[in-house]
Design a protein around this ligand. Structure first.
Ligand code: AHR
Length: 508
């Protein structure tokens, strides 16, 4: 058994928990929208054709913000195709994923869905095949109250009130050769700056997200961010980050440690952004919007999307996640929370069917993938402030990321309730960890404690339509609270959430 310690101090606050850390992503891709969110005729479909089983799971997941409508899809999308009478909407080719987009769902339908799910919309603009004018048009349609052509068109289409979308992505992954409109950092930086100026003229208080690199492995990583921010520093609020991880060639040890790579990625983008800020003598700090992150078995993607014809809602990258994948997802959330001073928005990509925590079958069930559980529990328990979490853990060697800690953790503390939540992974695939959680510096006693763990003897086990709850969170009975914290045993390859409720120490 390994031994590890986590020491917490209520005064060592990183930042308040940003609720926008628990974002998601809905792209018109594969079956995310069609037969995912939306399936008129499904037994659970509501009056708008949305699957209420998926809506219920979305609420349970606890997501707060949703990036829409893409992704690579958005770089060829004409937003106006998706408004007005359905029977008049055009069918179009989607060149990003080689599907047919029917436009049955557009922004008005999606905004209705988001309102039902109580989720804020982060709207991604097409700066691939379009530009400033279309950005202004979609903004007028979504946010202008009334009395102009596009605002009144929205009202005619049934939405009397403006949607009040605050967060706007200035395009998607324009550093990537696969992207429609792929361009240089300089050209994109100029376009993003012009678009940002125009949007700010329309509505000064918007929160604007400029595209960072599509991954830290891009040859232009770093230089791209620097050039783009030189053009846009004073005009935008966020730079985006995207990262997907998978297990390569059976190298489980590296895969389980990939949150260390996310840590490094975030630190690198922060350093790059701050260096531009310093050069500009600016006091402003650019935030990070980690608006695509997840486990994605990209190497299995070779023969997709289908090249043998154009289909509506083809099955694309419907990865089935196992226990190890869920542990990694939980660890990536630990990394995001740890950086809450700079990462103040994040979107797990995607929500339904496409590399998603929720799976559906057409006319059939909806169920939770393994990765659903760490997300939902973290979103539910992370409250108040993120604490600097001092971890003392043994380490191990990984092929990809060098030396990595066996145990990784982050904690939050809600001063209003006295609750402390600790999210923790054991990355060892054979040995448990006995963890001591030290709250001595709180000067409080632990009133009650609970912990739940995701693990299994078979780390390749998954949830399927037939066995939907093969992997769930189970109470961890090896939790022993004491006056100044707790001890807990964490099984190999596991993710755990511990909640400790504290109260003042009795006097005398
Ligand atoms: O989420 C899937 C795809 O990954 C998105 O469309 C794109 O932005 C990224 O490369």
């Amino acid at each position: 058994m390994h031994l590890a310690h986590v020491t917490l101090d209520p005064a060592a606050v990183v930042a308040p928990v940003s609720r926008r850390t628990f974002g998601t992503f809905v792209e018109h891709m594969g079956r995310c929208v069609y037969t995912g969110l939306y399936e008129p005729g499904h037994p659970s479909a509501d009056e708008d054709g949305f699957r209420s089983d998926v809506l219920a799971l979305t609420r349970e997941l606890g997501v707060t913000v949703v990036r829409y409508p893409g992704g690579n899809f958005v770089s060829g999308y004409r937003w106006e195709d998706g408004i007005g009478p359905r029977e008049q909407r055009p069918r179009r080719r989607d060149l990003a994923w080689r599907g047919i987009e029917t436009n049955e769902v557009g922004i008005d339908e999606f905004a209705r869905w988001a309102a039902k799910a109580d989720i804020e919309i982060m709207y991604a603009l097409n700066l691939g095949t379009r530009g400033v004018q279309e950005a202004l048009d979609v903004h007028e349609y979504l946010n202008q109250p009334a009395g102009t052509h596009l605002a009144d068109l929205r009202r005619t289409n049934g939405a009397e009130k403006p949607y009040g979308v605050r967060m706007w992505c200035l395009g998607n992954e324009l550093d990537g050769p696969w992207q429609l409109g792929y361009t240089s950092a300089d050209a994109y930086g100029q376009l993003a700056a012009a678009t940002a100026r125009a949007l700010r003229a329309a509505e000064p208080g918007l929160e604007l997200i400029v595209c960072g690199s599509s991954s830290s492995a891009m040859p232009t990583f770093g230089a791209w961010e620097a050039t783009v921010l030189e053009h846009t520093y004073d005009l935008v609020d966020y730079v985006s980050c995207h990262a997907y991880y998978e297990e390569h060639d059976g190298d489980l040890g590296s895969f389980l440690a990939c949150a260390a790579d996310m840590d490094h990625f975030i630190d690198s983008v922060v350093a790059t952004a701050d260096s531009i800020g310093a050069r500009l003598r600016s006091k402003k700090k650019i935030q990070l919007s980690f608006d695509e992150w997840n486990v994605w078995y990209l190497s299995r993607f070779q023969n997709q999307p289908p090249t043998d014809g154009w289909q509506v809602a083809p099955r694309v990258i419907e990865d089935e996640y196992n226990v190890a994948d869920a542990v990694v997802v939980g660890n990536l959330l630990i990394s995001l929370l740890r950086h809450s001073d700079r990462v103040t928005a994040a979107c797990q990509a995607q929500l339904v069917n496409v590399i998603a925590p929720i799976r559906t079958e057409p006319r059939g069930p909806a169920w939770r993938q393994t990765t659903f559980h760490p997300f939902a529990r973290t979103a539910a328990l992370a409250r108040g402030d993120v604490l600097r979490t001092v971890v003392d853990s043994p380490s191990y060697q990984t092929a990809r990321y060098g030396e990595a800690a066996v145990l990784d953790a982050v904690a939050t503390h809600d001063p209003a309730t006295g609750d402390v939540a600790i999210f923790v992974v054991n990355r060892d695939d054979t040995r448990p960890v006995q963890l001591t959680i030290d709250l001595t510096r709180f000067g409080l006693t632990v009133r009650s404690a609970e912990a739940s763990t995701l693990s299994d003897d078979d780390i390749r086990a998954t949830n399927t339509a037939d066995q939907q709850d093969r992997i769930i969170l189970r109470p961890n009975r090896q939790l022993t609270p004491n006056t100044s914290g707790a001890q807990i045993v964490l099984p190999p390859v596991s993710w755990t959430a511990v909640r400790l409720s504290t109260q003042p120490r009795p006097v005398g």
